[in-house]
Design a protein around this ligand. Structure first.
Ligand code: SF4
Length: 306
């Protein structure tokens, strides 16, 4: 069979190993080399050009729920870590009993062991599956609905993983602690989320005073939201604004800003693009934020009529 392999940046160095394995099994193997940031980003174009019969996508859990023109196999990639690192959380977690546990796909296979660790230490660990993040306890940068589903059942949230990208998706009034599973470094994370919320409020305020909007529409299969982009355009048109739908696979700041006409971007792609206001140098609003802008405009228009 002719297959195409797709790796996230961190796993590309393993490409040769996998190519050898699949070639040994008799397959003709191609590699998609463009950057791949998530499970939403499948190499459908590359597969079509080389007439591949199957995509093997590494490092992410199944995500895309749409019907696809080609068979896709997701191969998750797990990283081990010493459970005793979690001991570093016990002191900060002392005031709390019920713990919502979140992690990334790389550690999701250890979720039962993690829960047992906390049970043995007198806690009540709770987990859920998200909407897009399909493993128990797993969250994505665009989906921490597993925490939302647990509302009322936990006193604190912990995130086991690296970086800020995933825990910034968590929306809760409770405290959040993160732990790096390899180093055991614990951080209080609540402040970062507050900062992000303020940043988004700032974008909404700037959007309220904007006239010309670029609506970002990504052709990445898991981010492609044509109907939403069309809806945003017609709603902006209705309110007397200029709105253009900008279509690209990769929504890069430089080519997007070269239009020089936009006061603000409306993001219909990966929700987290709205956080890249520094890179774009413009306010960026997601659709829920745009709805808030509409509310303000409509209220102002009503008052002016009255
Ligand atoms: S939409 Fe964004 S956050 Fe969600 S999986 Fe894709 S890259 Fe990650």
């Amino acid at each position: 069979m002719r297959i195409i392999l797709q790796f996230p940046e961190g796993l590309k160095q393993q490409a040769l190993e996998y190519v050898k394995k699949y070639e040994k099994e008799g397959h003709e193997v191609f590699i998609a080399s463009a950057p791949c940031y998530g499970a939403c980003d499948l190499c459908l174009d590359e597969a079509r050009w080389v007439k591949a019969e199957k995509i093997i996508h590494f490092g992410h859990a199944p995500f895309v729920k749409k019907k696809l023109p080609i068979e896709v196999e997701y191969v998750e990639y797990y990283i081990d870590f010493p459970l005793e690192k979690l001991k570093n959380l016990l002191l900060p977690l002392e005031p709390y009993k019920r713990i919502a546990i979140t992690t990334t796909t790389q550690y999701a296979n250890k979720i039962e062991e993690i829960k047992n660790f906390f049970k043995e230490n007198g806690k009540i660990p709770v987990t859920e599956k998200g909407y897009w993040a399909i493993n128990e306890g797993q969250i994505l940068g665009c989906d921490a609905s597993s925490v939302k589903k647990l509302e009322g059942k936990f006193d604190v949230v912990i995130f086991i993983g690296e970086g800020d990208f995933h825990p910034l998706a968590i929306d809760t009034d409770k405290s959040i602690f993160t732990i790096h599973p390899q180093t055991g470094v614990v951080r209080v994370f609540t402040g970062q989320i507050e900062k992000l919320k303020k940043k988004r409020k700032g974008s909404i305020l700037k959007a309220i005073h904007s006239n010309t909007f670029g609506i970002l529409l990504s052709t990445k299969v898991g981010q492609f939201n044509l109907k939403i982009a069309q809806w945003a355009k017609s709603e902006l048109d209705k309110r007397g604004k200029n709105a253009l739908v900008l279509v690209a696979n990769e929504l890069e700041p430089l080519p997007t800003n070269n239009f020089l006409i936009f006061d603000c971007y409306v993001n219909t792609a990966c929700l987290r693009i709205a956080d890249d206001t520094e890179e774009f140098g413009k306010p960026i609003v997601n659709i829920d934020m745009l709805r808030e802008v509409f509310k303000v405009w409509d209220e102002l228009a009503k008052n002016q009529k009255g």
